[in-house]
Design a protein around this ligand. Structure first.
Ligand SMILES: NC(=O)c1ccc[n+]([C@@H]2O[C@H](COP(=O)([O-])OP(=O)(O)OC[C@H]3O[C@@H](n4cnc5c(N)ncnc54)[C@H](OP(=O)(O)O)[C@@H]3O)[C@@H](O)[C@H]2O)c1
Length: 235
């Protein structure tokens, strides 16, 4: 596959970092968008971090505009940043609910909205979103997070139809439990057995498969889950 330029949200950790690394290894240029920086990726000559808090729509808008003004050849979005917050609905404060929706749904839509006119003018572009298996099967104590991810799934399916004639591919990967820092704030982790969680690089493999397919072929949706689903409560 010809090397390209991608904006990767959430490239500082976990799944986004694994995808960014995979694309860098293949010769791509990567602009990582997150609050923090990964020490190893940031040393790479073809990697640049733009620090932004996606909870702030204005900051997101400014950062995306700056990237579009300064980068030539941007033709791929990996929209990955997100965070899971779990608990019964009434345990979430209103502010908390709005933040979950902002990060896991609104931010994905707002960035796509800014990139699409540029991609349409180019007549090509790939937008690959990281959803979740909770959009397919729900999840106990994850109602707000599930609402965001289900909304993201509906958004991508509709956008796929809207943009196809402009040469834009819209793709969604729905991972199941994957061993990342995602579980630092969830109150549980995947069970220790390797069968209970995927590794971030397995999601990167799926992303690579989707991005590398011939331009006339769209991996609309990829669902991948660990063999087992045993979880361990955190103390
Ligand atoms: N791990 C799983 O089991 C699993 C399963 C299904 C779906 N997912 C999805 O996969 C995606 C990546 O999650 P992960 O597992 O890789 O988790 P992770 O290791 O915690 O990484 C999350 C990434 O999102 C970024 N992020 C979080 N809040 C942000 C904010 N306010 N502003 C900007 N960036 C922010 C983080 O960067 P900074 O902290 O540096 O800002 C980090 O790069 C998420 O959309 C998640 O919902 C994960």
């Amino acid at each position: 596959m010809k090397a390209r330029t991608a904006l990767v949200t959430g490239a500082s950790k976990g799944i986004g970092r694994a995808i960014a690394k995979r694309l860098l290894d293949a010769g791509w240029r990567i602009i990582g968008l997150s609050r923090g920086t990964d020490a190893t990726l940031s040393k790479h000559a073809r990697f640049r971090t733009v620090h932004t808090d996606l909870l702030d729509p204005n900051a997101l808008d400014t950062a995306t505009r700056e990237i579009l003004n300064s980068e030539t050849g941007l033709d791929t979005l990996i929209s990955c940043a997100g965070a899971g917050r779990f608990g019964s609905l009434e345990q979430h404060a209103n502010r908390h609910i709005l933040d979950i929706l902002q990060l896991n749904l609104n931010a994905h839509i707002l960035i796509a909205r800014q990139l699409l006119p540029v991609f349409k003018t180019q007549g090509r572009g790939d937008l690959l979103f990281i959803g979740s298996e909770v959009a397919l099967r729900g999840g106990r104590f994850g109602s707000v997070y599930a609402a965001a991810k289900t909304g993201l799934r509906g958004f991508t399916r509709a956008l796929r139809e809207e943009t196809a004639n402009a040469g834009i591919r819209i793709m969604l990967i729905n991972p199941g439990m994957t061993r990342t820092g995602f579980y630092h704030q969830t109150g549980f982790t995947p069970g220790d057995d390797t069968d209970n969680a995927l590794l971030p690089r397995q999601i990167a493999d799926a992303a690579w498969l989707a991005l590398g397919s011939k331009q006339n072929c769209v991996f609309d949706e990829i669902d991948l889950t660990p063999l087992k689903r045993v979880v361990k409560k955190q103390r």
